[in-house]
Design a protein around this ligand. Structure first.
Ligand SMILES: NC(=O)c1ccc[n+]([C@@H]2O[C@H](COP(=O)([O-])OP(=O)(O)OC[C@H]3O[C@@H](n4cnc5c(N)ncnc54)[C@H](OP(=O)(O)O)[C@@H]3O)[C@@H](O)[C@H]2O)c1
Length: 247
């Protein structure tokens, strides 16, 4: 497989743990210069310490805060520009009794924060003339899931938003490529509850698939093949059956 040429730069928001951190490690190993961002500084500094000197810049930001866009812009400037924006930041919890806080925090991070950060990246690449935006959405966005209403709704929003931006970029003749990554269950802190998740994948394996999908400039990538089959059949389930299913 063709690897991206060295001397490319990327920003990863959500690089302090889980899938984003594993993708960051792979891009560093491939010679990318990286801007890594999240709320927690310590794990970002740990990652920076493992990379070649001068190849990684760190920025603390919270995507739900109004200054997050400016912080992203300043990180892009510190790198001298970027070729790839990768959005890995997100939260998600099961919420079977519909606690208000969980629903609203999920919307703030996965809808508002996502829209804010992708907007900065999109406008930056529009002005630059080219670029690549990749984001982890989820298979949870392909259907409304009763156990996690805000999570599945915000993941649907993310996927639809990327599809809309892709069409807008095409209409405006902007050379911006989009990759929507949709994993099934991944063994990260996000699933840190008592529920036993089936078909669990390691973040390392998922990160390899993501990097390959970015290099191949895929539009949508469901990870892995078991989840591609599952989501194919989900789509065929009529609503009158779906609303009766126990997940
Ligand atoms: N794990 C799964 O089964 C699974 C499946 C499908 C899709 N996904 C998606 O994959 C993405 C990564 O999740 P993960 O599984 O790798 O979980 P994770 O280990 O909890 O990683 C989440 C990342 O998002 C960052 N983040 C959360 N809230 C943030 C905020 N307000 N501002 C900035 N950064 C924030 C976290 O950093 P800080 O806490 O340091 O801010 C962390 O780096 C999420 O969008 C998730 O929905 C996960």
């Amino acid at each position: 497989m063709k690897r991206a040429s060295i001397n490319k730069a990327a920003v990863i928001v959500g690089a302090s743990s889980g899938i984003g951190r594993e993708v960051a490690k792979l891009l560093i190993a491939d010679g990318w210069r990286l801007g890594i961002a999240a709320r927690r500084e310590e794990p970002l500094l740990e990652l920076k310490a493992q990379a070649a000197s001068g190849s990684v810049e760190v920025m603390c930001l919270d995507v739900t805060k109004p200054d997050a866009g400016e912080r992203l812009q300043s990180l892009i400037e510190r790198l001298g520009g970027i070729d790839l924006y990768f959005h890995a930041s997100g939260i998600g919890k099961q919420n079977r009794v519909l606690e208000e806080d969980i629903e609203l925090q999920t919307l703030e991070t996965n809808a508002l924060g996502f829209t804010r950060m992708l907007g900065v990246a999109y406008r930056y690449f529009a002005e630059k003339g080219r670029g690549h935006i990749a984001a982890i959405t989820s298979i949870a966005g392909t259907k409304g899931l009763g156990p996690a209403p805000a999570y599945s709704a915000t993941k649907a929003l993310q996927a639809t938003y990327m599809q809309a931006l892709e069409q807008q970029a095409h209409q405006r003749n902007l050379n911006i490529c989009f990759t929507d990554i949709r994993p099934g269950f991944v063994d990260t802190a996000l699933l840190n509850d008592s529920f036993r998740y089936p078909m669990l994948m390691s973040p390392e394996k998922v990160a390899k698939d993501i990097v390959r999908s970015i290099y191949l400039r895929r539009h949508i990538r469901v990870i892995d093949c078991r989840y591609r089959i599952l989501t194919f059949f989900w789509r065929l389930v009529p609503n009158w059956i779906w609303r009766r299913m126990r997940l």
